[in-house]
Design a protein around this ligand. Structure first.
Ligand SMILES: [Zn+2]
Ligand SMILES: [Zn+2]
Length: 157
């Protein structure tokens, strides 16, 4: 693996986190709420959610990107690889670690992972389209700042 390709993958991960945070905040909690709402309902775990359609759309788009990417010599192929890696990390952290959609007993003590978990549960503390906090997945603001934000919005005591 060439250094330039490693840099493309790392840059893609960073851009993806930024783009996904904006997408979650302004599209999924905006015009796309019709699909995402299913993910904010209580008692939803393990079953399929309408929200999973987002994963299907993104996976399909990435497959197309691989197809037009031109093989491992082309930079675009590595962008597609970076997006796939992001999707994989997202599934492991968001769906397995946080929402327990697979019957695994994985309970990491790692502080970064604990922070992701708590921050995302605070995102779910709000069940409505408006008023939620913490839209990122691999990066979240400090948990205390999120609690403070929620307190100000009087959503959580
Ligand atoms: Zn959400
Ligand atoms: Zn979630």
């Amino acid at each position: 693996m060439k250094l330039s390709n490693i840099l493309i993958v790392v840059a893609t991960l960073l851009v993806m986190e930024f783009a996904v945070t904006l997408f979650h905040k302004y599209v999924m909690h905006g015009i796309g709420w019709g699909w995402h709402q299913s993910h904010h309902l209580p008692g939803k775990s393990a079953r399929w959610e309408k929200n999973d359609l987002y994963a299907v759309v993104f996976a399909s788009a990435t497959i197309i990107l691989f197809a037009v990417g031109g093989g491992t010599d082309a930079p675009l192929w590595w962008v597609a690889f970076g997006i796939t890696l992001y999707g994989l990390l997202y599934s492991i952290l968001h769906d397995v670690l946080i929402h327990r959609r697979l019957p695994l007993k994985w309970q990491p003590k790692n502080r970064y992972l604990q922070r992701l978990k708590t921050a995302h549960h605070l995102h779910h503390a709000v069940r409505t389209r408006e008023g939620a906090v913490s839209f990122g997945f691999l990066y979240t603001p400090p948990v205390e700042a999120l609690r403070e934000e929620l307190r100000e919005r009087k959503k959580v005591p």
